[in-house]
Design a protein around this ligand. Structure first.
Ligand code: CA
Length: 242
């Protein structure tokens, strides 16, 4: 199992091998079960200023920075970008709805999977569009001994957000590895696009309400229904590497 997808990846990218030495994890919707709160907070914040935006649209925009998400809705609805003031106002409203909702719940089987990956002596990175100042604290509290400061790429490190490849290319640079030495775990279509554009083998876990074909169409090499299914299949997947 999975050897066909790996071979397809190698051939398509014209690599000569697939020999993972690191796993790059997206954060929201992969490590934290936070997307229900993010998506409802976005929908409520946009609707509070009279802009139409559904929970499903929030999932489709997941991975963008806050500013980029707000600009997208303004361009679609009003034909112009948002001003800095509008962005700050809407983002503050979104953040307050999110804070009221979020309890920072670890995604089921995320810690168990990370422990397997750590035991395999693979490097572990986080690549997120989030700019939360308490990001590292949250990771350290919920995943003790797994994450380190130098192995996090967040919104403050990048010029272009997902679906641009920059976030994953920056993680690749920090890791010192080649693209055929990395696996990405993502849950969002734009995150998958970003990772595959960076040339990386991308596993999607469909932890939200999306049709799984959306993730395949975004370029995911493998799609699992949740982190538990990925966790259960990890050894089988690993047995196909060089
Ligand atoms: Ca995500």
């Amino acid at each position: 199992m999975f050897s066909a997808q790996i071979e397809q990846f190698i051939n398509k990218k014209k690599y000569s091998t697939f020999s993972p030495k690191a796993v790059f994890f997206d954060m929201d919707g992969v490590l934290f079960d936070s997307m229900k709160c993010h998506s409802s907070a976005w929908a409520q914040a946009m609707q509070s200023v009279g802009l139409p935006f559904t929970v499903l649209e929030a999932y489709m925009n997941e991975g963008r920075t806050g500013a980029s998400t707000i600009d997208g809705v303004f361009i679609k609805t009003l034909g112009r970008e948002a001003t800095e003031e509008e962005k700050q106002t809407i983002y503050a409203v979104k953040s307050s709805f999110f804070e009221a909702c979020n309890k920072t719940v670890r995604m089921p089987y995320a810690l168990e999977l990370l422990e397997k990956v750590k035991a395999q002596k693979l490097q572990i990175f986080v690549v997120t569009g989030s700019a939360q100042p308490s990001l590292l604290d949250g990771l350290k509290t919920n995943f003790p001994g797994i994450f380190h400061k130098g192995k996090i790429v967040s919104a403050i490190d990048i010029q272009f957000c997902k679906p641009h490849p920059e976030p994953y290319l920056l993680a690749l640079k920090k890791s010192g590895l080649q693209p055929w030495e990395v696996i990405v775990v993502e849950n969002a279509p734009l995150g998958v696009e970003s990772a595959t554009a960076a040339g990386l083998f991308t596993i999607a876990v469909n932890t939200g309400p999306l049709d799984p074909t959306v993730l395949l169409e975004s370029g995911a090499n493998l799609v699992f229904k949740d982190m538990n299914e990925l966790y259960q299949n990890w050894e089988t997947f690993s047995s196909n590497w060089k």
